[in-house]
Design a protein around this ligand. Structure first.
Ligand code: C2E
Ligand code: MG
Ligand code: MG
Ligand code: MG
Length: 287
């Protein structure tokens, strides 16, 4: 009867909640171990221009858990964001990225702008700026080759604080890019007021290009808007040739997606840049 059903329901939900909390705590303690035992790694996904040259890359976290195997950032980043762990992870990622940029500079590797993802909590906790300053003192890195990717949602969570920080970051010559553009609150006001250099159109719009009329129009319009605001525009999640042709045809600056390459371990990424940027140069010689 209804009373029993209700009680079962209650039991069911409390068990489910208990399980969720336990899973979260387990992931948190796994993350602490991962930081201690060096289980994280960065992979690099190329951003390619219309001439086939790799001009940028996004650093993406990969985690090989010793017992559980690969754990996706889509699983552990949201957990880390609920505690101070996201700040530790962010610091680890930036240290690694600076180290790599400094190495590439020393090795005369082609100038690739490297982006890292920054969580909103890092703004509100006021740890980001000081960390960037420390890293620029520690590593010989060209400031304009560093880019921070911030999602629309993050931006709106800490408007006042981030506007101040953004201005300082911009003065440092570090790029700021809005990630997953079009999926958040989408207030166009901040494009006017914030020193943002780059918009990344979200994959959800790219998926619909040439299939869904609205996605096609939105994508075209966002590219045109970015261009007229003198911003760089990057498309993410590009998987198909038709999408690439459409995007470059409408003036998109850079494309990131499986069509070119998934995120790669360091050595494979370097080999990819070597082959692409050489072919690109050869192509230019022919014309
Ligand atoms: P994001 O910053 O929007 O990164 C793009 C995601 O799309 C990556 O997933 C990438 O592997 C995936 N992707 C790129 N091209 C394609 C494509 O053509 N098809 C498909 N299906 N997927 C594509 P990933 O690496 O699993 O990361 C997921 C999210 O986790 C990221 O989304 C970002 O929000 C977060 N994340 C990853 N690394 C970090 C990090 O170091 N710090 C922070 N705070 N967040 C991170
Ligand atoms: Mg990103
Ligand atoms: Mg994105
Ligand atoms: Mg995303």
């Amino acid at each position: 009867n209804a009373k029993n059903a209700g009680r079962n329901c209650y039991l069911f939900y409390s068990e489910k909640m208990y399980r969720q909390v336990r899973e979260r705590l387990e992931i948190e303690s796994d993350i602490r171990n991962a930081l201690k035992n060096d289980e994280f790694e960065l992979h690099y996904q190329p951003k390619v221009d219309a001439n086939g040259q790799v001009k940028g890359a996004e650093a993406l976290l990969r985690w090989q858990h010793p017992l559980k195997g690969n754990i996706s950032p889509a699983v552990f980043i949201p957990v880390a964001e609920k505690s101070d762990l996201i700040v530790k992870i962010g610091a680890w990622v930036r240290e690694k990225a600076f180290h790599q940029l400094a190495l590439w500079k020393k090795q005369h590797f082609p100038p690739i702008r490297l982006s890292v993802n920054v969580a909103g909590q890092e703004f509100t906790r006021n740890t980001l700026l000081q960390h960037l300053i420390t890293l620029f003192q520690k590593y010989d890195v060209d400031q304009h080759l560093l880019e921070l990717e911030i999602t629309e949602g993050t931006l709106m969570e800490s408007v006042e604080q981030s506007l101040m920080d953004f201005r300082i970051i911009k003065n440092m010559d570090v790029h700021i890019s809005i990630d997953d553009f079009g999926t958040g609150y989408c207030s166009l006001g901040y494009l006017k007021n914030y020193p943002i250099q780059t918009l990344k159109i979200d994959k959800s719009f790219i998926d619909g290009i040439l299939i869904n009329g609205r996605d096609t129009i939105i994508t075209k319009t966002v590219i045109a808007m970015a261009k007229s605001l003198d911003m760089e525009i990057v498309a993410e999640g590009v998987e198909k040739e038709e999408q690439r042709d459409f995007l470059f045809g409408h003036g998109c600056d850079l494309i990131q997606g499986y069509y070119y390459s998934p995120p790669l371990p360091l050595a494979e990424f370097e080999a990819y840049v070597g082959s692409m940027n050489r072919e690109g140069t050869a192509a230019l010689v022919h014309t």
